[in-house]
Design a protein around this ligand. Structure first.
Ligand code: F6R
Length: 246
């Protein structure tokens, strides 16, 4: 794991955006694995800025998002499909038909998981997978558990995740309880992985990811076994790990 230190969220976003930008320039039809949540917002803003300046071209880029809430329509303001259009896709020249997000409206889990796995397989692998990390160590919606889920699956969200995401909904009861998420095998098969982390709330999870035992109790710890992982994290997110190095 390569650790790139950033001073602040802004600095983290710029450094991580540079890595994604290099991927887009080196392979104009790259397959990007994308994430939602608060962490990547600064990266997406930076990529849009570089696109507007004429430095980036998304016309051949293909994307697969990590996850989607089960039960939310793509035009629901809290769906990840809506998030991606608002925060990136509608602001760059990406071809929407080249973008993929699990279909939250598909009731039949087996059908949707198989469909999504087929899409990932048809791309022949993800070139660069962007990941945030949950305070409980989740990546995508692979929640702490007793086993690593391999491929796309329907997951019951952990109570801590529902609480963390309640900030986006009017009441906690509105937060969906289930989500579709790509699995650990899908993530680990990416050619390169870029994980971003910002803020004290992530410090424990970041420490367990880098230093802890490899265990499904901290799903991000599996990344220790991938040979091309870049972690871009700010000082607060690295604070517990750094304290352990002294
Ligand atoms: C989002 C995702 C999640 C988030 C994680 C961190 O697509 O897969 O794993 O990356 O929950 O969320 P934020 O960035 O909001 O702290």
């Amino acid at each position: 794991m390569r650790i790139y230190r950033a001073k602040t969220y802004k600095d983290m976003s710029r450094k991580a955006a540079n890595i994604i930008s290099a991927q887009i320039i080196m392979k104009p039809n790259a397959v990007l694995g994308l994430a939602t949540g608060s962490s990547p917002l600064g990266i997406y803003r930076q990529l849009i800025d570089w696109y507007e300046k004429g430095d980036l071209d998304f016309s051949e880029i293909r994307t697969v998002n990590l996850d989607e809430y089960k039960g939310l329509a793509p035009d629901h303001e809290q769906s990840y499909a809506y998030f991606m259009r608002k925060n990136l896709f509608d602001q760059v020249n990406i071809n929407l038909s080249n973008t993929n997000i699990p279909n939250g409206l598909e009731e039949n889990e087996a059908v949707e998981c198989a469909r999504y796995n087929r899409i990932i397989a048809s791309f022949g692998g993800i070139d660069l997978q962007l990941l945030g990390i949950g305070a409980n160590g989740h990546i995508g919606f692979n929640e702490p558990g007793e086993a690593f889920e391999r491929e796309t699956h329907c997951v019951k969200l952990a109570d801590t995740t529902i609480q963390a995401n309640a900030r986006f909904f009017d009441t906690i009861d509105q937060v969906p309880k289930y989500a579709y998420s790509t699995g650990i095998k899908n993530i680990m098969q990416a050619k390169s992985i870029l994980l971003i982390a910002s803020g004290k709330a992530k410090a424990e999870a970041v420490n367990r990811m880098i230093r802890g035992p490899i265990t499904p109790a901290c799903p991000a710890s599996i990344l220790q076994l991938h040979n091309n992982v870049s972690i871009v994290a700010d000082e607060e997110a690295l604070s517990i790990y750094d304290a352990g190095c002294r």
